[in-house]
Design a protein around this ligand. Structure first.
Ligand code: F6R
Length: 760
């Protein structure tokens, strides 16, 4: 997934070295999303005879420097400093104002190579430079037109048409005598010609120390940091901060991760907005496709008012802390992430109160779900596996048939989905394209659509009728670990909520709720297997293949364990249904192939014992995951390697059982020398989409204005409006499914009921 970052300092002196480091660090924060090349652009030094006068003719200005490199960010850094040394570029040169842009590229059009990396340029003089996330679908047509107008292309990218189009628009305006054409006018005109999804940042030597950002479909944020010498900048949201022209540092990024190091004051740029950074002022224009169409001259659009939000994110969340890798950190964080997932949602009152589950985002739809003809779980990869793990408990407690769909397969087949169905979309990111297509399809077919996602405001959160947030915290490692266990827990809670308060299964529900309370502690216990899994990884380091057999609740564990080993350790591994063993896979068994068998205590235990016997009879090289104390029952002749895990209620056992396999995948990867957090060819989906949040905030603002007008307090409208905008911005979570209220709502419940909840 590509990443974009930009840094503009206004009226604050910053040396070139500092600017470079801010850009490089911004790129490092985007690194986890996956990329194969990177690039930056900064200003060059002017000859001593010239001043940095923006009014000086172009011929007197010096083209910005562009550095692009295939491979890791560190190779870009190295090549930049080598170039600096070779050209005697002054790293101590100070800029009172400067605009720098940067990009990590994930190749889509054209192989990873410097010429295809961003910034892409308009011409050899770098008059317009662009960094781009997304895909321009009509780039071929635009390219042909631009070639006819004399432009030559050096890359195979779809992006290159954008800076060239900007130059074309700029030159044409000047030829027609419009010498005052502004940067935003140029970009608004460029946007009129672009089709597809994009987030863009423009830099131009015609507009020194200015930047333009715009977006349609791909996420983009502006971060604002006021800099007042000697005085700590206020953390209060000043409505004027975007307009006051005071000294400040401005940051643009496709990912909040790259901003939290600098500021928490952000503007979530909305689709169709053009954000112009100039002279310390942020102007926001709304793109209107019809404006300027066929009227020759470039349109002049009035800027709109927007307020800043406060990022609900701490730097520590996105730092590795004492861990070496994000995947390692996220595996070990699971006791905490599970607590957060359950916090405020489990109710275990005094003796007279029943144990129950409160899911605010679902409670108004439970009746409809209970009346469904079937429940269809839809997801991809790890999210699909999590749903598979939860399927048996949902079937058991709801009595409703539950079917499983891999999102892409459902869309390919156009499988039947009916009005009487409840379709549950499971996705960590909430932005996975296949899952989104399936959501659109199910919604068109009239199903009730329920979302289960880790990302507040994501496309799935916005476009489903109701849902539950996973609340597992930011997951930076590409391989999903803590989101997986939290997804299972959320779906177990959904099953309990659907089951309601039927007497017949009360005992079972109580056992599951008790199991949920105790789960974080049990996960803490199973994490103690870390060293043991490292030893096992050392034994398996040179293997070509690994099989994982599971059944019942742990069929999902077999699939997920194998997926983890495959995706990070780059070792072939297959998760298999143990019941299918004798229908083919048994042929693979010999004394060399390592096989993991999951045989913890549940209704399938004796069947798994029999599977072990059969594999053992064929000299299978077995590693058995069993419940504590069961070693002798699962290891014929004591010949299997045993991994003992704590026993929990059967439907939650997959949460425990996956942990040793996550650890195995992690250690195998490190020992084999591969990149744990950015596996080959894989990238993370978008983490943040705040459009929904902004829309509801706007609604709140409109309601307030109407109220104030109705109360005939016009004179105070402006003052109160500002106050209200600030309040809205402090509360960005207001707008997700009501389940974000669970914590608040149940907190009072817990106090009332004397609930010790999860903090024990
Ligand atoms: C594997 C992994 C993927 C994702 C899949 C769906 O570790 O993370 O298999 O689960 O790409 O992504 P989400 O859950 O964001 O829809």
């Amino acid at each position: 997934m590509c990443g974009i970052f930009a840094y503009l300092n206004y009226n604050v002196n910053r040396e070139r070295r500092y600017i470079l480091e801010v850009l490089f660090n911004g790129l490092r924060r985007l690194e986890y999303r996956g990329y194969d090349s990177a690039g930056i652009s900064i200003d060059s030094s002017l000859p001593a005879s010239l001043s940095r006068d923006p009014n000086s003719p172009l011929s007197l200005r010096v083209p910005p420097l562009v550095f692009r490199q295939e491979g890791r960010i560190e190779s870009l850094v190295k090549s930049v400093y080598e170039n600096v040394a070779a050209t005697d570029l002054d790293l101590e040169e100070s800029f009172c104002a400067h605009a720098g842009i940067a990009h990590t590229r994930w190749a889509t059009h054209g192989e990873p190579a410097p010429r295809n990396s961003h910034p892409q340029t308009s011409d050899p003089g770098n008059e317009f430079l662009v960094v781009h996330n997304g895909v321009i679908t009509n780039y071929q047509v635009l390219k042909e037109t631009l070639v006819r107008h004399g432009f030559t292309f050096e890359s195979e990218t779809d992006t290159e048409v954008i800076p060239k189009l900007a130059k074309f628009v700029f030159d044409k305006a000047n030829e027609e005598g419009d010498h005052g054409v502004t940067f935003s006018q140029v970009v608004l005109e460029v946007m009129r010609h672009l089709e597809g999804a994009y987030a863009l940042i423009f830099k131009s030597q015609h507009y020194p120390n200015e930047l333009i950002a715009c977006k349609r479909g791909s996420p983009l944020l502006l971060g604002v940091k006021e800099v007042s010498e000697g005085i700590a900048a206020s953390s209060f949201l000043d409505f004027n901060v975007l307009k006051n022209g005071k000294p400040k540092e401005l940051f643009l990024s496709s990912d909040a991760n790259a901003l939290v190091d600098h500021t928490k004051k952000v503007l979530m740029i909305e689709d169709g907005e053009v954000v112009h950074l100039k002279d310390g002022v942020v102007s926001i224009f709304k793109f209107d496709n019809d404006k300027g169409k066929n009227c020759g001259a470039l349109s002049r659009t009035a800027s709109v008012q927007r307020a800043l939000s406060i990022l609900e994110m701490e730097v520590e969340q996105i730092n590795k802390g004492s861990y070496e890798h994000y995947m390692q950190k996220e595996i070990h964080e699971q006791p905490e992430s599970l607590k957060t997932t359950m916090r405020g949602r489990l109710i275990r009152g005094g003796s007279c109160k029943a144990k129950s589950v409160l899911l605010g985002g679902l409670k108004d739809h439970l009746k409809t779900i209970r009346r469904s003809r079937r429940i269809v779980f839809i997801g991809c990869g790890t999210s699909y596996n999590a749903a598979l793990a939860a399927r048996p408990i949902l079937e058991e407690l709801s009595g409703i048939p539950v079917t499983m769909e891999i999102a892409s397969d459902l869309v390919d087949r156009q499988g039947p989905i009916y009005r009487e169905d409840t379709a549950v979309f499971v996705s960590q990111s909430g932005e996975t394209a296949d899952t989104l297509q399936a959501l659109q399809y199910a919604s068109e077919n009239g199903a009730l659509c329920v979302g289960i996602t880790n990302t507040v405001g994501s496309a799935i959160a916005r476009n489903t009728h109701c849902g539950v947030h996973i609340n597992a915290g930011a997951e930076i490692g590409v391989a999903s670990t803590k989101a997986y266990t939290s997804q299972i827990v959320v779906m177990a809670m959904v099953s309990l909520a659907i089951a309601g308060d039927t007497i017949s299964n009360q005992e079972r529900r109580d056992a599951v709720i008790d199991g949920l309370y105790d789960l974080p502690n049990k996960v803490r216990d199973v994490l103690e297997l870390d060293q043991e899994m490292k030893e096992l990884a050392k034994l398996l380091i040179a293997e070509q293949s690994l099989l994982v057999f599971g059944r019942g609740y742990n069929y999902a564990t077999a699939l997920e364990g194998a997926l983890k080993v495959k995706e990070v350790a780059l070792m072939h591994s297959e998760g298999m249904l143990a019941g299918e063993m004798k229908h083919g896979p048994l042929a693979l068994v010999d004394e060399n192939l390592p096989i993991v068998v999951i045989a913890t205590r549940d209704a399938c235990f004796s069947k798994q014992q029999s599977v072990i016997q059969q594999l053992h009879a064929r000299k299978g090289r077995l590693i058995v995951i069993c419940s504590k104390g069961d070693a002798a029952s699962v290891s014929p002749g004591g010949l299997c390697r045993i991994i003992e895990v704590p026993e929990v209620v059967d439907c939650l056992q997959p949460v425990i059982n996956i942990v040793p396999l996550q650890l195995l995948a992690y250690h195998l990867t490190v020992l084999r020398g591969y990149n744990v957090d950015q596996p080959r060819n894989l990238a993370k989906m978008e983490l943040l989409n705040e459009r929904f949040i902004s829309r509801l905030r706007l609604l709140g603002q409109v309601i307030l204005v109407i109220l104030l007008l109705a109360l005939k307090v016009e004179a105070y409208v402006e003052r109160y409006l500002m106050l209200f905008l600030m309040i809205c911005d402090f509360c960005p979570l207001w707008v997700a499914w009501p389940d974000v209220f669970d914590e608040l709502g149940t907190l009072s419940n817990e106090i009332e009921l004397g609930n010790s909840c999860l903090d024990s």
